[in-house]
Design a protein around this ligand. Structure first.
Ligand SMILES: C[S@@+](CC[C@H](N)C(=O)[O-])C[C@H]1O[C@@H](n2cnc3c(N)ncnc32)[C@H](O)[C@@H]1O
Length: 249
């Protein structure tokens, strides 16, 4: 932790336990999200999405900004906005972005339910959410707010824990502050807000704690991760109702 950490805002008591046991430990959480095989593949996946979908990139529930900072460094031609309710995470993300000299990413304190307070209406071309939707309080409001801040041609790529996987299910049921993510329920609510599913995939064979895997193991992962019961994450590709969209991977 750097000396700037001393000035970091503490989580508001009302917003505590938004990120299970990590609310007060942004540096540890950032290390966890940045390191390892899954983190590398997550960045690779979303780098590919950037190539497919133009416009300003908005991440809902961006945590300490790990993914957005990496994407912003790779794509200086794009603009990135991260929204996160924990003010100490936002402070951390801003400081790290500044240290890295990233002028194309900004981080705002806010929730998915109140996105319109910090993101202009119709401004996002690509919305990204990673392991955030199973934490939100009011999913109906979130899907409506994401729609309101998105352009008519926008896409929303949502990556969430795959509760069909027994280990993922057990972890999210047994860990205090965690919940499982119900795909069908989410899609029904998103549909009511004007989103429609245009593609979906499942990813990852190895848990996030695995630092690196040999090449043969990664090959195996890429072959098997499409089988839903063994995959760690489910990824949904959503488009605005009434706008034609290619099928996502
Ligand atoms: C598991 S973390 C994932 C963080 C980040 N997306 C990542 O991949 O590193 C879930 C995040 O969702 C945030 N969160 C919780 N409730 C939220 C809400 N209502 N709106 C937006 N984000 C929320 C938490 O504070 C936390 O940072």
């Amino acid at each position: 932790m750097t000396s700037g950490a001393a000035q970091e805002r503490r989580p508001d008591p009302d917003t505590r336990a938004l990120n299970a046991s990590f609310d007060e430990r942004p540096d540890e959480y950032d290390d966890l999200r940045a390191a390892g095989h899954m983190a590398r593949r997550r960045v690779e996946y979303f780098t590919g999405v950037l190539d497919e979908v133009p416009g300003t990139v908005l991440e809902v529930g961006c945590g300490t900004g790990t993914l957005l900072r990496e994407l912003a460094a790779r794509r200086p031609d794009r603009t990135f906005v991260g929204v996160e309710p924990l003010p100490n995470y936002v402070d951390f993300a801003r400081r790290r972005a500044e240290e890295a000299g990233l002028a194309n990413v900004r981080f705002e304190v806010g929730t998915g339910e109140t996105l319109g307070q910090v993101v202009p209406a119709g401004s996002a071309g690509l919305v990204v959410s990673v392991d955030a939707l199973h934490h939100v309080t009011d999913l109906d409001r979130v899907v409506a707010e994401v729609r309101a801040v998105s352009a008519p041609t926008a896409r929303w790529r949502a990556m969430e824990p795959n509760r069909v996987h027994p280990y993922v299910w057990a972890y999210h049921v047994l860990t205090p502050g965690e919940r499982t993510f119900a795909v069908r329920d989410f899609l029904r609510r998103a549909g009511d807000a004007g989103w429609r599913l245009v593609g979906s995939t499942t990813l990852f064979l190895y848990p996030s704690g695995v630092r690196r895997v040999p090449a043969w193991a990664e090959q195996l992962e890429r072959r098997l991760e499409g089988l839903r019961p063994v995959a760690g994450a489910v990824v949904l590709d959503l488009a605005v109702e009434g706008v034609s969209g290619a099928r996502g991977r």
